[in-house]
Design a protein around this ligand. Sequence first.
Ligand code: MG
Length: 367
Amino acid sequence: MKIRRVHVHRFSIPLRSPFRIAIGELREAPEVLVRLECDDGAIGLGEAGPFPVLTGETQATTLALARELAPLCLGQDPREMEPLLRALHAAAPGNPSLLAAFDLALHDLAARAAEEPLWRFLGGSGAPLETDQTIPIAEPQAMLVAARAALAAGFRALKIKIGGKPLAEDLELVARLREDLGPKVQLRLDANQGWDVPTARAALRALAPFAPQFVEQPVPRADKRGLALLRREGAVPLMADESCFDAPDALELARLEAADHWNVKLMKAGGIRAALRILRIAEAAGVRCMVGCMLESKIAITAAACVASASSAVAYQDLDGCTFHSIDPCRGGVRAEGALLHLPEAPGLGVEVDPEFLSRCDSFHVA
Ligand SMILES: [Mg+2]
């Protein structure tokens, strides 16, 4: 089983409305699809979700580098992926979502070759997973309406994006959400690096009475010591997201005891193997993690769900990326039923891309 052709597609997916967080905004999901074709006809799917303010990648840089990396895959057996992945990571460090695309496609192929769904291939149980629903930054009334709709649809946990407005407005918003939605809903607040330490200190103290389940990434990515300081003050549980890209980040977070929880994402880590490496560190350090996402399609959302299924360090899921898309270019993969995600039984990721959608994407291949 050898890879004989690498197909790369500009896989832009329109959004229902602009997706705004503290550090930026997306008007479409700027995905890149990598399809690895083997000599036996098998095809593995992988997806990159570049987001410049988070991963430092754009769709254009991802497409350009995919062309550079593709030749490394030719003639390689996807079932022996470790050395190939090491070579890919060495060839394009700092491009985690691009690397995730290749990693996902290799895992899809290896699990298909084993005739197992990816979650079982990774050792998971395949039990349904519960995800939250993200509420991006908007006018407070619109956020309240979106939150009520999510609860009506069966979600029990909401991830509220804050940190992009003056603190007083965020506090007013959270107070209003808690009062309107009641005490039972789990409020996960994500500031996306929006505050410095003094502002975060004031914010966390003021937010504590509204009993957030945790507050995600209150301070800039590089400030792990600031995060640790805030955690020791103990106002509310903290989750590291942008501060936790890869295994070295995870080791430092563990050493500093900087956060109660880590948000592990395929697009930050550089794929499934790298994400599982972080989760093993978390397990050893006794840290309960969330598996999260950017705005990926069913391809990467399914892969992330398989990773969540396969690690006992995972306590939470934030796998709602494709709910912001105005179209679904995929068939199969995880099936959402309210807040529950059902994992597919088909081999590999169990996802196919609509050929008609694919035919309209700009594409190239390397053989
Ligand atoms: Mg986050």
